[in-house]
Structures are given as structure tokens and as C-alpha cells.
Design a binder for this molecule. Sequence first.
Ligand SMILES: [Zn+2]
Length: 289
Amino acid sequence: MRRLGVVGGSGFYHLPELAESEGIVIATPYGAPSGDLRLGVIGQTEVVFVPRHGPDHSFSPAKVPYRANIYALKALDVSHVLSISAVGSLRQELPPRSAVLPDQIIDRTVDRERTFFDGGVVAHVGLADPFCGEFRARIEMAAERVNQPVHPGGTYICIEGPQFSTRAESRLYRAWDGSVIGMTAMPEARLAREAELCYATLAMVTDYDVWHETEGDVSVELVRGHLRANLDTSAAILRSLGGSGLPDRNCDCGNALARAMMSPPDRIGSDDCERLGVIVERYSRAPAS
Ligand SMILES: [Zn+2]
């Protein structure tokens, strides 16, 4: 089963294609998702949409219910998650309105629920490559098909926010070879990996962050105009992706937990089973050896 989950970022609160669909209210062991989920079809692809910041943009980056969102997508049989995010650029060659498909993340967040495994079950999933390579390649192809070139690769610096960076921080992130800077890829990528979902971020550049000497300093006004243009671009790429369909899952994302759980599956208690629910469902059902 392949089904696309879309997590809409700033400015991306609904999908016109799913406007007629009824909102699905899902309760998860981690609370309620950011908003009702919408289920529909784009092209030949079944899609579930959730607005990351809520339909009225009421969740700040640190307060987004990341675990509930990923859990809800998993519960609705999603296999691939496309995260659409507004970002700042740390590179001259990535001007505002660029689309980037990062392949790495540096996590600078400090105060977020970053794992499903914080109770009686211990798991250490691999995160060396936090984004799914196969899925990224498919998105890149979909973008090319509608003449919306994306920059394949780059490092996403994820900061805690909600304030933007200082100039010294921005320069530091450039020295770390960061490409774009945002506030939401983490812990989303961590949780998607724990949930064994293929995950990719379409990072849409709204500004040059504050390292840039000749551009004006980043402000909400400056960002808004680019946000609107980026909305059209990301929607076009998403429509193209829906038309081409999702790739086969030859990657390792779908088995991320297979060798990651330190606690033997037959020792997972009923409380933990209930809390982890669909995240460990296929393992906790395995017969005891
Ligand atoms: Zn994958």
C-alpha cells in the first residue's frame, strides 16, 4: 500500500483538490494532530493532508504536535510523507523562491518531543540519511516535469525559533555548510523514521536570512510575498507528483525499526503497546520466540 501524506507548512493550510473531502478527526496516544486530516486523490495518488501549524496557523514551530501528526498519518496507512516548509537561504545560489530538496539536517532544536520511544520500549533508529533518497528522486522528477527545477541536496539547519537567527548564528550555519534554515524539519524527520515512513522535505526559500550583506534583514513582510509565489510552485510540484505516483519502496525506511528495538518484541507490555500503537503494531504482533 502506498499513500502520500502531505504536511503543509507556513502559508500551505489546505489543498484545493481535497477541499470537498470531509475532515477526519483522529485521536492519537500523543494527543490531537494540528488539525483535521483531509483524505482525497491527486492524479493517481491517494493523499492525506495535515496543516502543520493548524488551519489558522495557531501552532508555533515548537508547539506543533509533531508526534500526533506523524502517528495520525501512519494510522491512515500513509507510506510517504512530503513535508512542505518555508525556509531561509544560507547560499547565494539559492535566492528567494528557490525549491530545495535537502539530503541532510543539523538539528539545533532544544525543547521538543523527539521520539515515540520515551517509555518502556527502547529503540535507536538510524538517521544517517534522514530523508528518503528514492522519494527525493521521484519528487525531483515530478518537479522537472512541470518546469519547476529543484536543487537536489543540501543541509537543512533546523533552529528552535520562534525568533529568526542572529547574524553571528547565520554566519556560523554557513560555515557549517548549511544550505537552508528552518524551524520544523526536526523532530518531524526523526519521528517519520521511527514510524518507518519515507520522508522528504520540499524546502521553499522565502529570504536570504541575515548573513546576506546587501539584502534587507529578514522580516515577516518580506517573507509574505515570496510565500505566496512558493505556494503556487509547491502545489504544482505536488500535483505532478500525484500524477506520476509514488515510487516502489526499495529503500530501508519501511524497516527502520526491524533492528532498532533494544527491548525484545515479546516483552513489550500492554501499556507500551497501547501508547506506541501503530508505530510498533507489526512487531508487537510477532509471535514470541
Ligand atoms: Zn524510503
